[in-house]
Structure formats: C-alpha cells, structure tokens
Design a protein around this ligand. Structure first.
Ligand code: ATP
Ligand code: SF4
Ligand code: MG
Length: 346
C-alpha cells in the first residue's frame, strides 16, 4: 500500500491485553470490489485462529490489510489493534517498524516470495539488518540459527532458492517471518503448494514455534480440515464477511451456517485439493465483490434459503458456547461490538 491509500479509522477503546483485535474492518479496492465487509476478529498470544473460505472470499485481502500491504487507492476503514495500537492510525515509519517485528506474513508459494538471485541466508538477514536488530555478522549468525530452528542445516544459508525443495523453501519463509521476533504470524496458505507429507511437517513446525514462543497465529486456508487440525478457533468467510466463528472442532464438526456446513463437508480429509474452488454439493460460484447479491449474499446458493433471505442480511448470532453464525435459522443475534465512530487518517 502507498500513501495514496485511503485509510479511515475509528477511535479505539483500550483492547485489554489482546494481541490482535480487528473491529469492523472494511476493504474496498479501487475497482469498487468490496473484498472485506465488516470483519471482527481477535487473537491472543499463544492462540491460533484459522480463517477459511472459498477462493475470492477475501482471506488474503484481510491478511494484507493487517499490515497495510494493499495497493494504492484501496479504501480501508475500521480498527486493527495490534497490542492495543491501531495499525490503521500509524504513521508510515511506525508501520514499517511493526512489519516483521510486531507481525509478519508467510505467503503462499515461497518460490515467488524469495529473491532468486540472493542466497537465502542473506534474505533472512535482511529484515534483521533493516530493523537494526544485529550487526551484519550477528544477522548472519542469527540467519543460520533460524534455519536450524526450522529444521534446515545452518550451512544451507549459502544456497540459492532454486537449490531447495518446495518444503525447504517454505521453511525458509517461516525462518524469515521469525527473524525479528514478531508477536503475531499471519500464514496465508503456507502449505497449499506442498504434498500431504511435507504439508503435515510444515503445519507441525508452525504449531511448535507458536507454542514455544507464545506467538499469535492467523492461518489462512481454503481447507477447513487442515485448519481444524492446527487451530484453536476458526472463522469462516463468505463474500468478505465472517459468517461463522467458534472453537475449531465445534465449527468443523458441527457447523451451523449452511456455507460452513458445505465447506466442512467438502474437506473430509486433510490435503484434499479437489474441493478448493467448489465445495461439493454447493451450486454456483461465490459472488463478484463488485456486484454482491441483496440480503444474505449466500442466498443464491443456499439450499435452505427463505424468502426473507433475498432482502434481509443477517449478523452473527449465538450458535453455541463461543460459537456464532450469521444465518436466519440460527439462535438470537449476537450484540454488536461498540466502538465510537470518529473519522481520522494517518
Ligand atoms: N488488487 C486487487 N484489485 C481489485 N480486486 C482485487 C484485488 N485483489 C483481490 N481482489 C478481489 O478481491 C476479492 C478477494 O480476493 P482475495 O485475494 O482476498 O481472496 P482469497 O480469499 O484470498 O482467495 P484465494 O483463496 O484464491 O487466495 C476477489 O474477488 C478478488 O478478485
Ligand atoms: S440467512 Fe438465509 S440464505 Fe443466508 S445462509 Fe441462512 S438460510 Fe441461507
Ligand atoms: Mg488468497
């Protein structure tokens, strides 16, 4: 994102002890695509939150918004409280300081994220030097230690990305994400391009690092089975909204929203890539975020839609202990979080 991006914030009441507290986040691209529409999320230290949903539902947009990495002209409103400080209200110098050191992202497809012409040790050392966390010699030493920490020999620091396997490259990306000791890791489809065995290894590594270092984790995937195996809580997104949220096992085993049900039925086992774009039994495609359906945006595909669904949108309602879903068939509405609306921009 550049300085041209429009960011509107609301004044933040203290987020008591929360590592990350996202409130009423909206992201609209310059094209008019409303990719994120009123998302509330919270992550505590040591907690793993999974974000699931079909291709195009806004998962990566949400991840990029958290560190203000969206392209110029994108409109972002709401609050992103990282350790109580609103990322959307930060000056650019502060945003740069928070990236890597406060929170870092592991992207899908390590080959494209790593620079092909630089040795991996130098690439891991780069953010350490950028953030003045060590001298050049110290950064080099730390890069080797980080490689060993993610299960690669320190000597691989001298290798170029093309000399590593896909799984090894993803380990390098994780080492890089850990380089400046962040409190929060955002992993956007970190295992999608990997085979099932390597995927399981990388997931265990992420779990182990989160537990050891008391990090917060947001893990993004289209695969609810992978997320329920790794995460404490799950949020299911549809058309830029969280339509179901709750304890991971509860959401995976006892989904209440018709879309959550379809998604969990689509992934009977970890790593099944066949259902990435269309959960089985669900007709049609997710809507275009520039031309969303009226009412509940899921109604054109919903097998249990009522007449009212074409005109009335539903907010999240209690669907069990700490479990909520946005559907007319589910319990009573959950009270909205209150935040005073005050305009401001960095
Ligand atoms: N730079 C952009 N400009 C305009 N629209 C965009 C841009 N990036 C994404 N979009 C649109 O925003 C919506 C959400 O995209 P996003 O990449 O966040 O989805 P996703 O859930 O991460 O999908 P996937 O599972 O395929 O990675 C899509 O409709 C997409 O076409
Ligand atoms: S609100 Fe209506 S259309 Fe939306 S998920 Fe529930 S039943 Fe289906
Ligand atoms: Mg994505």
């Amino acid at each position: 994102m550049t300085a041209e991006t429009t960011v509107t914030t609301t004044a933040a009441p203290e987020a008591a002890g929360r590592l990350l507290d996202v409130r009423n986040l909206h992201v609209t691209y310059a094209s008019g695509a409303a990719a994120v529409r009123g998302v509330d999320l919270a992550v505590d230290a040591g907690q793993k939150l999974g974000v699931a949903g079909e291709s195009g539902c806004g998962k990566s947009t949400l991840a990029l918004a958290l560190l203000r990495l969206l392209p110029a002209g994108t409109k972002v409103t709401g609050e992103i409280l990282l350790d109580g400080e609103d990322v959307l209200a930060m000056k650019w110098g502060r945003v740069r300081a928070v990236r890597w050191a406060g929170a870092s992202i592991v992207f899908q497809g390590a080959m494209h994220s790593l620079n092909a012409v630089h040795r991996i040790g130098d690439q891991i050392a780069e953010p350490i030097l950028l953030h003045k966390k060590a001298t050049p010699a110290g950064a080099k030493k730390k890069a080797r230690e980080l490689l060993e920490h993610v299960g690669l020999p320190g000597a691989r620091a001298d290798a170029y990305p093309h000399e590593l396997s896909g799984g090894q490259r993803q380990r390098v990306m994780i080492a890089m994400a850990l380089a400046c000791d962040p409190r929060l890791i955002i992993a956007d489809e970190p295992t999608t391009a990997l085979d099932v065995m390597i995927q399981a290894q990388i997931l265990r590594l992420i779990e182990q690092l989160v537990a050891e270092q008391d990090l917060g984790l947001i893990m993004i995937s289209h695969d609810l089975a992978v997320l329920s195996d790794t995460c404490d809580r799950l949020a299911v997104m549809y058309a830029g909204r969280v339509v179901e949220e709750g304890p991971a096992e509860d959401v995976y085993e006892r989904a209440q929203h018709p879309y959550g049900k379809a998604l969990s039925a689509a992934f009977p086992r970890i790593g099944d890539p066949s259902s990435r774009f269309a959960p089985r039994g669900l007709p049609g495609d997710p809507p275009d975020p520039s031309a969303l359906p009226s009412g509940c945006t899921f109604h054109p595909r919903c097998p249990v839609a009522l007449d009212v669904c074409a005109t009335e949108d539903q907010s999240l309602r209690a669907a069990g202990a700490e479990h909520s879903a946005a559907c007319v068939h589910v319990g009573a509405p959950v009270p909205e979080p209150s935040a005073p609306a005050v305009e401001g921009a960095p």
